[in-house]
Design a protein around this ligand. Structure first.
Ligand code: GRF
Length: 223
């Protein structure tokens, strides 16, 4: 790999706070990537403004213009590929991607999900975690496979559920943890410290890594 920053493309659909965390980490020289583009399916997404403010090119590919998912995916791929990304980062991208797309980016398509996978795949994870009475919740960064929210987990941030939590309060604390977790995991990836072997994630070649995070958001062992 060259010594310059690693090119990445970020896909999002909404608020963009994880994009902002990535951009902040880049600006603070904690993450050696260049965000070459932000691509978004939602013309109203606040994340588009955050990207523009940071000088990152944006592109909207509105999924409503396409008759089916695979047509949308077919439009998305060249828009991503012309930036030559080493990683394609899903940061709140709310569309399900088809098998052709996922295969095309196998091993370099990364998502953040607001739960301790495999628990609570899908939507409304915070309310469901509260309803289930779990004592611990959190977020996971994982490789994307055809199994929705089921790809190999690279790392997780654990967040305790507190007495009196509402879904909103819990989601705020999980989101704060996401903002540490995602840039950290992306750094590991661009530093080529993460390997995927037979569906198992290794950090620095081991299954039980010291994942080396400091601060308020302990990160669990890989999967
Ligand atoms: C985050 O909770 C992320 O885990 C999930 O979607 C949300 C996106 O938030 N996939 P933001 O747009 O990054 O603020």
């Amino acid at each position: 790999m060259s010594t310059g920053p690693t090119p990445i493309v970020v896909l999002l659909s909404g608020r963009g706070s994880n994009l902002q965390a990535i951009l902040d980490a880049v600006r603070n020289q904690q993450l050696p990537v260049a965000v070459r583009a932000v691509i978004c399916n939602n013309p109203q997404a606040a994340g588009l403004r955050l990207a523009s403010q940071a000088g990152v090119p944006t592109e909207v590919i509105d999924h409503r213009r396409f008759t089916d998912r695979s047509e949308f995916d077919q439009a998305l791929m060249p828009a991503i590929d012309r930036h030559g990304p080493a990683l394609v980062v899903l940061a709140g991208f709310m569309r399900i991607l088809g098998p052709g797309f996922i295969q095309h980016y196998a091993g370099r398509l990364i998502n953040i999900h607001p739960s301790l996978l495999p628990a609570f795949t899908g939507l409304n994870t915070h309310a469901r975690a509260l309803a289930a009475g779990v004592r611990e919740h959190g977020a996971s960064v994982h490789y994307v496979t055809n199994d929705l929210d089921g790809g190999p987990v690279i790392a997780q941030a654990h967040v305790p559920v507190l007495a009196g939590d509402t879904a909103e309060r819990l989601s705020e604390r999980v989101l704060e943890a996401e903002h540490h977790l995602f840039p950290t995991v992306l750094r590991w990836l661009v530093e080529q410290r993460v390997t995927l072997r037979d569906g198992q994630v290794l950090l620095d070649g081991t299954r039980h890594p010291d994942q080396g995070l400091t601060g308020p958001d302990p990160v669990a062992e890989a999967s």
